[in-house]
Write a protein of this length. Structure first.
Length: 245
């Protein structure tokens, strides 16, 4: 795969990979949790179980992940890595700072939504899928490879956008009453969120456009791992009993 000097973009390449297409479908629309959500038949108990997991991710793991990436941004030529050019540094900082500001708002949104719709987040334990996800976030950010961290960030946000866009589209077609699920789906399929994901994709594409074959092969591994973690992040019905406090 000769990537340098070509018009091929890493994000488009990853989304088109045949070996991970089935995994992508399971992570974005085929899991029973997602099928129930799209049919507007998801129970409030299962939704609250999942929302707690997402709050753990957003309130704890995500800020640490992004903060660690910021600490590795190469700002001066003496500390430049071979993989991230200096002219990307300010773009990287800008988008990571935005993501931190946004996740603070998101945590508040979680709490407000849970309170408004009486979703008791305190009744649940942390899932193994959540621990696996947050552990991988810590590992990726801790390597100091900013390009892989940004790719990981894009992959997480892209899958999240796709999931909730699918669910929101389905819910719009169903004539149902207002609900926490509908509020969440509308928020995470918004034009503003899509613009953020698109900006992140553009940055990642520009960075990987300068990288070699080995970096792209590693990117495929990162993409696959994110899809595995996303599939494992959706809870199953039986966990309502197993994880109740």
């Amino acid at each position: 795969m000769d990537t340098t000097g070509s018009n091929l973009k890493i994000t488009s390449h990853l989304l088109s990979l045949t070996p991970t297409s089935a995994l992508y479908s399971r992570a974005t629309k085929e899991h029973p949790f997602l099928i129930s959500a799209a049919k507007d038949s998801l129970s409030d108990r299962l939704l609250s179980l999942w929302l707690l997991q997402d709050r753990i991710y957003a309130a704890h793991a995500y800020p640490r992940f992004v903060g660690t990436l910021i600490s590795y941004i190469p700002f001066r030529p003496p500390v430049l890595s071979a993989s991230v050019a200096l002219d990307h540094s300010q773009r990287i900082l800008k988008i990571l700072v935005f993501s931190l500001e946004n996740v603070v708002r998101e945590v508040g949104f979680f709490d407000d939504t849970a309170k408004e719709w009486r979703l008791d987040l305190s009744r649940w334990k942390e899932r193994k899928g959540t621990r696996d996800y947050t552990a991988e976030m810590a590992r990726i950010s801790g390597t100091g490879k900013v390009e892989e961290g940004l790719l990981f960030l894009w992959a997480m946000e892209k899958v999240y956008l796709d999931v909730w866009s699918i669910i929101n589209h389905s819910l719009v077609l169903i004539n149902g009453p207002p609900s926490a699920l509908r509020l969440l789906a509308k928020n995470w399929s918004s034009a503003e969120f899509k613009a953020f994901v698109d900006d992140l994709a553009s940055l990642v594409d520009d960075i990987y456009g300068d990288l070699d074959h080995d970096a792209w092969i590693k990117a495929e591994d990162v993409w696959r791992r994110v899809l595995e973690l996303e599939e494992g992040f959706w809870p199953d019905v039986e966990e309502e009993k197993d994880l109740a406090l």
